[in-house]
Design a protein around this ligand. Structure first.
Ligand code: NDP
Length: 237
């Protein structure tokens, strides 16, 4: 496939899981792909070699690193912000520094990366942020900071769509339900509980999320912006 031939793509957080599937998809479709990693240098180098993409270290918890990375990537046709973390446990017992780090990775980095990318992005540019169905529905205790962060991305997309729309740049949020990755393995202890909320009782595959991202980044989605796109087996229905 050559849908994205000649397009420059940056994926923030592409070394593993959903991000790696997004890197694979754009690379297979002909794009020039750069992706960031923080903790998984080995996996990142392997993925880069396998796909012909470029892996670069950038800690999404560090706002200035994120801004520099986006700025130094030059004009991007497509930015995907995938890097995200979760914290589990009683909100009353969580370390406030850990909560703030989550907010930096899950909220601040997507905001600053999106704004920085838009400075140089040509007309037709696409920004896609990976949120979560937990931005709409949080059916279990112990994940409030994560839910806050994913709800914040909804405001990010709605607001920035207004700023970027006149320049022909779209911004959207993809909201997965449970997806089989290191962060949420399908054979993990939460499997039955999560599947009990769903109409399609399985975890999603990273490739399924990458497919939705590719559609939003493609030529058919030019009129789609400021919107949330849920892919969750009806977890949130
Ligand atoms: P994984 O934990 O499997 O992978 C996370 C990815 O994000 C890795 O590539 C990791 O890179 C990167 N990352 C994490 N922290 C940083 C950081 N500080 N700087 C740079 N990169 C970072 O997660 P998933 O693939 O499951 O999740 C990806 C996204 O999808 C997240 O935003 C998550 O919230 C969202 N999501 C996931 C769901 C699921 O069920 N799996 C459901 C709904 C949403 P490295 O290892 O190199 O640090």
């Amino acid at each position: 496939m050559t849908t994205f031939k000649g397009k420059s793509v940056l994926v923030l957080g592409g070394s593993r899981g959903i991000g790696a599937a997004i890197v694979r998809r754009f690379a297979a479709d002909g794009a020039t792909v750069t992706f960031t990693y923080a903790g998984s240098q080995g996996a990142a180098e392997q993925l880069a070699a396998e796909t012909g993409s470029t892996a670069v270290f950038t800690d999404s918890a560090d706002r200035d690193q994120v801004i520099s990375r986006v700025r130094d990537s030059g004009p991007l046709d497509i930015l995907v912000v995938n890097a995200g973390i979760a914290l589990f446990g009683d909100a009353l017992e969580q370390d406030p520094d850990a909560v703030d780090r989550l907010f930096r990775i899950n909220i601040h980095a997507p905001y600053h990366a999106s704004v920085e990318a838009a400075r140089q992005m040509p007309e037709g540019g696409r920004i896609i942020v990976i949120g979560s169905v937990n931005g709409d529905r949080m059916p279990v205790p112990g994940m409030a900071s994560y839910a806050v962060s994913k709800s914040a991305l909804q405001g990010l997309a709605r607001g920035l769509a207004r700023d970027f729309g006149p320049r022909g740049i779209t911004i959207n949020v993809v909201q997965p339900g449970p997806v089989d990755t290191d962060a949420n393995p399908e054979n993990g202890p939460m499997r039955e509980l999560m599947h009990s909320f769903m109409a399609i009782k399985r975890h999603g595959r990273p490739e399924e999320v990458a497919g939705m991202v590719a559609w939003l980044a493609g030529p058919e989605a030019g009129f789609v912006t400021g919107a949330m796109h849920t892919i969750d087996g009806a977890f949130g229905a």
